[in-house]
Design a protein around this ligand. Structure first.
Ligand SMILES: [Zn+2]
Length: 447
């Protein structure tokens, strides 16, 4: 990987940590052109969390089937993640061991079922790869085990804890890659439902994996990833399909995705579709550019009626919330919240909220590009699901052209390169070569 320009490592807003959800205990350091991510206190398991229905207790060296646990990596609400290695081989993997309570078993079984389905006949290069799955007995309870390829830091930790400011070209590359993944699952009528930077991971190379395995420092992990470098090849992968559902399935009864990224129809109605992911993805793009959350949910966390404050922020950012856009499946508890003009009544807010254009200029975009970015991003926040941009449409947007390069045609005239999109209607193109073709195109202007 190309070396970092030392100046890039201290960008002005790299230390912004306001309103980041739950990672304020992470700190960052950077040295030797490496990305150093502190292991947050919240990722450690407390003794009481091993109790009934809880986490699986293990130590390095523990054998599970023919996998040896090497190192504890992290935990989420669902279970713990370990770096593991197949005995007799040099193949490393990330092992996710679910909590033993029945709810988590169901959650994992569902994720396995979905991942197996979308990995057939081939896996998508921007979706985390499931390698193996099985039940494991422990202390008279069962844990579900999912074995994944080893990946590096989450996009959330890169944005808020790495000290590296993501270069605009890298933002565009990550955006394109994730849109390819979203386009792929949406073409299968699958809604991810929980798109957020914490569920996006960056790929790491063999050396980083070996270093991760041998690193005895329990305070931080180091990766040779440099998101400040416009020429760096960064591979992003969408992970955590535990809440995903097919559009023809019975819907989850209650919104369970993270409030920061939740689409308005998830609050207001019982009718969701793939458009839901696009709202969340718009919030994710803003976080990569601004290094702060679009919706200040944390600030209003302790307010008794958080929803009302969330609607106030939406109204202030994107205009009045109209009943007409949410008529289909409107939840009864919200039916009285609209005035005679059909606009939702929200508390008054005397505060400036993020403005996409100004944020873009503040972060180094030229006026014309900032305008294009602002227009692009607003398309993700249409209240009406039918008007919201789709992943396929977003991939064609001028803002995402690499380096804004205008290619010369054979007469020497400038022509804008069309970004290829995966043709998933044609089964013959649904293979690794097609993914490679698109992936290579997206990275072609970096060399
Ligand atoms: Zn909220």
């Amino acid at each position: 990987m190309a070396s970092t320009n030392a100046k890039n490592s201290t960008q002005p807003f790299s230390s912004k940590q306001q309103d980041t959800h739950g990672i304020s205990d992470s700190t960052f350091h950077e040295e030797n052109n490496q990305m150093v991510i502190a292991i947050a206190e919240r990722t450690k398991v407390r003794e009481e969390q091993y109790s009934e229905g809880g986490f699986f207790r293990a130590n390095p060296g523990h054998l599970i089937n023919d996998y040896e646990l090497l190192k504890y990596l992290s935990r989420g609400g669902y279970g713990t993640v370990w770096l593991a290695k197949r005995t007799q081989t040099d193949i490393y993997s990330a092992m996710k061991i679910s909590k033993s309570s029945i709810g988590y078993e169901e959650y994992s079984k569902r994720e396995i079922e979905i991942l197996k389905k979308i990995q057939t006949p081939t896996s998508h290069p921007n979706i985390v790869k499931l390698l193996d799955s099985f039940y494991m007995e422990g202390d008279n309870v069962k844990h579900m085990v999912m074995v994944f390829e080893v990946l590096g830091p989450t996009l959330e930790s890169v944005i808020f804890s790495s000290g590296q400011k993501i270069h605009l070209e890298v933002v565009k590359s990550i955006t394109r890659q994730l849109l390819e993944a979203i386009n792929y699952i949406h073409n299968l009528n699958l809604v991810h439902m929980d798109i957020k930077p914490a569920n996006v991971m960056l790929a790491i190379n063999e050396n980083d994996i070996k270093h991760l395995a041998s690193n005895q420092d329990l305070t931080c992990n180091r990766y040779s990833i440099d998101v400040t470098n416009p020429n760096a090849i960064i591979v992003a992968k969408l992970a955590d399909f535990g809440l995903a559902f097919y559009t023809d399935e019975k819907l989850p009864s209650h919104p369970t995705s993270s409030c920061f990224f939740r689409a308005p129809e998830q609050f207001l109605t019982t009718k969701y579709d793939t458009a839901l992911d696009m709202w969340s993805f718009g919030c994710l793009i803003h976080e990569m550019i601004a290094a702060s959350n679009l919706f200040a949910c944390k600030k209003y966390r302790s307010v008794p009626n958080h929803n009302s404050c969330h609607f106030m922020l939406m109204d202030h950012l994107f205009g009045p919330i109209k009943r007409a856009d949410f008529q289909d499946g409107l939840r009864r508890e919200f039916s009285q919240q609209f005035d005679r003009d059909g606009h939702m009544v929200v508390p008054y807010l005397n505060e400036f909220l993020p403005n996409f254009y100004k944020t873009a200029v503040h972060n180094g975009m030229k006026e014309e590009e900032a305008e294009e970015y602002s227009n692009f991003l607003h398309l993700f926040f249409k209240y009406n699901r039918a008007e919201r941009i789709t992943a396929g449409e977003a991939l064609q947007h001028a803002f995402l052209l690499p380096n804004r390069v205008k290619r010369l045609d054979k007469n020497g005239q400038e022509e804008t390169a069309a970004v290829p999109v995966l043709d998933l209607k044609n089964p013959e193109t649904n293979n690794e070569e097609e993914f490679d073709r698109v992936f290579q195109f997206h990275n072609a202007d970096k060399n």
